[in-house]
Design a protein around this ligand. Structure first.
Ligand code: VG1
Ligand code: CO
Length: 544
């Protein structure tokens, strides 16, 4: 075996964020940049000699090059077997599924998720542990520490592996298996949902759906599942071929970036159901005819209706949501008499709760929902969950939501993103707010009186690890709340996220546009945090 050891010097900027290391492609293309990070991953792990690694990505620009480097390094570092998605493609939830199913030691996911792709756009790399989930903080900080001292890496001198042909090849002493990207994942979905019922709905002739894969990774999965297994007419999946630049768009399933789908669902003769997914397939947006389902509501609705789905027939052990996600699911948990956990932003914080059997469903306001079937959020899983509910109840998306609000009250919710703002000014805004926190409780503005104001800190109930400074929360006595956070996935300047929420128990007042319902809270947020002043922006870049 021809292992070479290459000397290298550390980069100082390889700190993983909310979900792995994300940078512009040219940053990753610097000499040894990717190699340094990959070697740092391996150096911070123990006991993987001879074990299995799973590798795949969302197909974006630089995916294939990165995979070739990773395969040769993993072989040089002593992995016994590497499972790679055909064409280098694996969605994030599929990686999680394959790690679990094949008892792999871990996996490497190549994606910058919802961020654009292309030669000058974003790339990313993330390590997942043996439970199939994102590496927890103690692992990512060990990786980061290692990047600061690394002086060499090991790589095999070998030709490229053919990523397109299914089957087994040998790279030094390591077996490389090019696996079908879809099969294991589709099988898992079939084991959870009532495919017969969903098939009946989709082939009944009076139900139409449209799935927009935004030229990203879910295309092959969605086509195989909806058009293949479930019999939906061909053309149900739009933009179903993964492209290196996602057709020039943002593969981000929200009202702004999935515009074509939104226009279709809000246009004349709209389909009954629309859904979209992000770059790496872990997010979802759900639309009904002329109706948008807020992701926080979606989590609550899935929880409330879980027993309609075969995989959750016996009920839920508990639920979990990220702190900025609305409290809609808390109300469902209270009614069901199960625990509801509040975690920091990022899926890695759900892993312990899922492993310990404390939570069955988890979700984030950022269009992410999932369950204990894998250890990642899962876009198509959420779409199938909704279809299963629609098929089991015969109701429309809008009816399901309206009835949910009538039963539980409505948590009006919105997120305002100020993208690519000046880093320094964004940091100052947050520092200034932090300095104000002790004086806020008891203060009154119009209908609002501050009940609490803090910087969210989380103690993991399973391993006791603590995560601090996870977002500034200002909660009012009437249940309204505003949260300020800086994004940990952006690659340009800083992104300020403002999360807004209020609670309306009266169903006569459930028809408002969230921006209208939240108007006075939005104005107060700007007054308190001086958002316009610090960002230099009159309005958010993206409002969802
Ligand atoms: C964002 C979302 C967060 C999500 C993360 C990764 O992080 O807010 O909820 O878990 O992206 O999602 P941030 O730090 O930018 O707010 V994905 O689909 O990029 O893997
Ligand atoms: Co994603």
């Amino acid at each position: 075996m021809n292992v070479t050891t290459i000397s290298t010097t550390p980069y100082t900027d390889q700190k993983p964020g909310t979900s792995g290391l994300r940078k512009k492609v040219p940053t990753f293309q610097q000499p040894n940049y990717l190699e340094n990070f990959v070697q740092s991953i391996f150096d911070s792990l123990q006991g993987y000699r001879g074990a299995t690694l799973v590798v795949g990505g969302d197909g974006r620009y630089y995916n294939r090059e990165a995979i070739q480097i990773i395969l040769k390094m993993a072989a040089a570092n002593g992995f016994g077997r590497i499972l790679v998605g055909q064409n280098g493609i694996l969605s994030t939830p599929a990686v999680s599924c394959i790690i679990r199913k094949h008892n792999a030691f871990g996996g490497i996911v190549l994606s910058a998720s919802h961020n654009p792709g292309g030669p000058t756009e974003d790339f990313g790399i993330k390590y997942n542990i043996g439970n199939g989930g994102p590496a927890p903080e103690k692992v990512t900080s060990a990786i980061f520490d290692r990047t600061k001292t690394l002086s060499e890496y090991a790589i095999l001198a070998a030709g490229d592996v053919d990523l397109d042909r299914l089957g087994t090849t040998q790279l030094g002493n390591t077996t490389i298996e090019i696996v079908d990207a879809v099969v294991d994942y589709a099988e898992l979905m079939e084991s959870l949902f009532d495919f017969d019922k969903i098939r009946k709905l989709l082939t009944s002739g009076n139900f139409r759906m449209c799935m927009d894969s935004l030229h990203a990774v879910t295309g092959p999965y969605a086509t195989a599942i909806f058009e293949g297994k479930l019999g939906a007419p061909s053309g149900t999946v739009q933009n179903g071929t993964p492209l290196e630049d996602f057709g020039g768009g943002h593969p981000d399933p929200n009202l702004v970036y999935a515009r074509d789908l939104v226009e279709l669902l809000f246009g004349d003769n709209a389909p009954d159901f629309g859904a979209a997914s992000d770059g790496d397939g872990d997010r979802n947006m759900i639309l009904g005819r002329q109706f948008f389902v807020n992701p926080s509501d979606s989590l609550a609705i899935l929880a409330a209706n879980a027993t309609l789905v075969p995989g959750y027939r016996n009920g839920l052990a508990g639920v979990a949501r990220s702190m900025p996600t609305s409290a809609a699911v808390d109300r469902v948990a209270a009614k069901l008499g199960i625990d509801c956990y509040e975690t920091p932003t990022g899926w890695k914080f759900f892993g312990n709760l899922l492993d310990a059997g404390k939570a069955t469903l988890c979700g984030e306001e950022s269009f992410g929902t999932g369950s204990d079937h894998v250890r990642e959020k899962d876009g198509l899983w959420a779409v199938l969950f909704w279809l299963n509910i629609l098929a089991a109840t015969g109701k429309s998306v809008e009816e399901i939501c309206q009835e949910h609000w009538a039963a539980y009250g409505r948590n009006y919710y919105s997120r305002h993103d100020y993208e690519a703002v000046d880093k320094q000014s964004a940091a100052e805004l947050m520092e200034r707010l932090r300095g104000m926190l002790c004086d806020l409780p008891g203060k009154e503005w119009g209908p609002f009186e501050v009940e609490y104001a803090d910087d969210f800190s989380y103690t993991d109930p399973v391993d006791g690890s603590v995560a601090e400074k996870q977002g500034i929360r200002i909660g009012m006595t009437d249940g309204s709340r505003m949260v300020f956070r800086l994004s940990g996935t952006g690659t340009q300047g800083a992104t300020l996220r403002l999360y807004l929420e209020s609670f309306e128990p009266d169903s006569a007042k459930h028809h408002l546009d969230p921006q209208t319902a939240l108007a006075s809270l939005i104005a107060l947020a700007d007054e308190l945090a001086k958002i316009r002043k610090f960002t230099g922006r009159e309005k958010p870049t993206v409002t969802t």
